[in-house]
Design a protein around this ligand. Structure first.
Ligand code: NAI
Length: 353
């Protein structure tokens, strides 16, 4: 179904959505700025082979709004945005990223971009040729971005285990990690160091073998992660994986990972709750890199990875405590809490947020 863009923007409170076409490079991209009332909007730059522009726009809008939720729950004076590039073989990559840089520069600091799937140090170097409002993963930037995400997810999993069992007891835990990229690999390492048993998958078979050898972990076939009996399922690949068909297959007690937009719709978080599975909301647990990047730009400092882990753990503990007290799914509590904070920034009543 096609998106009614202005309807969606008004329903979800978006400030601005831009469609970008650059004839010379072949660039086709969307930028969504969800909120910049509190401070600059932060949002990474995703390059992906979308099926069509509708899918790309939807992804852009969802990810942008989730960034505002992350800022609200992490207590940052910042908001959310997202850039997506529709990847195609005919793209002139360098020229495309330079065109993106010129767009970011036009916002004069109201919007910062940074790494995401498909965009890393090299591509961000091209963006930085045109603008300084970019978070680079090299020594000119905050550094330790994926490490900050991993520390937050690890601390969040610990909070979930303590919430259910009163202790972490890593030696008796099995965690299934989906995706062995920057986040899945780093998280697996932390879990193994803590003494947990880790089973993991990656669609890229060579990468899976390489990481399995390096970390000495067990592999499972992609798409069988959902069927594995375990304590924690940690999605660290792409979003949109938990829906009517997959959630009934889960044999875990907790879902907590680094991927963005894990649930197809937030009602799937409520279904998980009804089934007795604790779902740690993605935007509450995976904000480590955002915190590190935002504090670098806003306050000119590099927050320690430990402090970031502690901050996310405390925020998640608050959400889980409220969830228990009020008998609501954690995702409902987290969405309500984020929406209430955003409404306060905007001077609206929560119902309007
Ligand atoms: P990455 O691109 O380094 O790794 C993703 C990995 O997942 C790749 O190895 C890919 O082959 C694998 N994969 C894709 N689909 C899969 C599937 N269906 N089954 C198994 N493996 C699959 O990305 P990164 O940085 O590790 O990010 C992972 C997720 O975490 C993404 O959703 C990203 O948006 C999110 N995230 C990452 C942050 C960061 O600091 N890198 C911050 C916040 C969220």
């Amino acid at each position: 179904m096609a998106i009614h863009l202005l309807e969606a923007m008004s329903r979800e409170g978006f400030e601005e959505v831009i469609a970008l076409h650059d004839r010379r490079s072949g660039l086709r991209a969307f930028l969504a700025i969800h909120d910049s009332t509190q401070g600059p909007a932060f949002g990474g730059l995703r390059r992906w082979s979308y099926l069509d522009e509708d899918q790309a726009l939807r992804d852009c809008l969802r990810l942008s709004r989730a960034m505002t939720y992350k800022c609200a729950l992490a207590g940052l004076a910042a908001g959310g945005a997202k850039l997506v590039i529709l990847d195609r073989t005919e793209l002139d990559l360098r020229a495309s990223y330079r065109a993106i840089g010129a767009l970011v520069e036009r916002f004069a600091g109201r919007f910062y971009t940074g790494p995401d799937v498909g965009t890393d140090a090299e591509e961000l170097g091209w963006v930085a040729e045109q603008t300084r409002y970019v978070t680079r993963p090299d020594e000119t930037g905050p550094g330790l971005l994926a490490e900050s995400t991993c520390a937050g997810v690890f601390a969040g999993i610990a909070a979930c285990l303590r919430h259910l069992d009163g202790e972490e007891d890593w030696g008796r835990r099995t965690i299934v990690v989906q995706g062995l990229g920057a986040v899945g690999r780093g998280l697996s390492r932390l879990l193994l160091e803590a003494g947990a048993r880790v089973r993991a998958s990656d669609l890229d078979g060579e990468k899976a073998e390489r990481v399995a050898r390096e970390l000495d972990l067990e592999l499972v076939d992609p798409a069988t992660e959902y069927d594995q009996a375990c304590d924690v399922f940690a999605p660290c690949a792409l979003g949109g994986i938990l829906h009517d068909l997959t959630l009934t297959r889960l044999r875990c007690r907790i879902v907590a990972g680094g991927a963005n937009n894990v649930l197809v719709r937030s009602l799937h978080g409520e279904r998980l709750h009804e089934r007795g599975v604790l779902y740690a909301p993605d935007f509450a647990i995976n904000s480590g890199a955002l915190i590190r990047g935002a504090l670098f730009h806003l306050e000119g400092r590099r927050e320690s990875v430990e402090a970031i882990g502690a901050r996310i753990e405390a925020a998640l503990e608050g959400i889980l405590a409220r969830s228990r007290e009020e008998g609501l799914a954690p995702v409902r509590v987290a969405v309500d809490e984020a929406a209430a904070r955003i409404a306060r920034w905007r001077g609206e009543s929560p119902a309007e947020g």
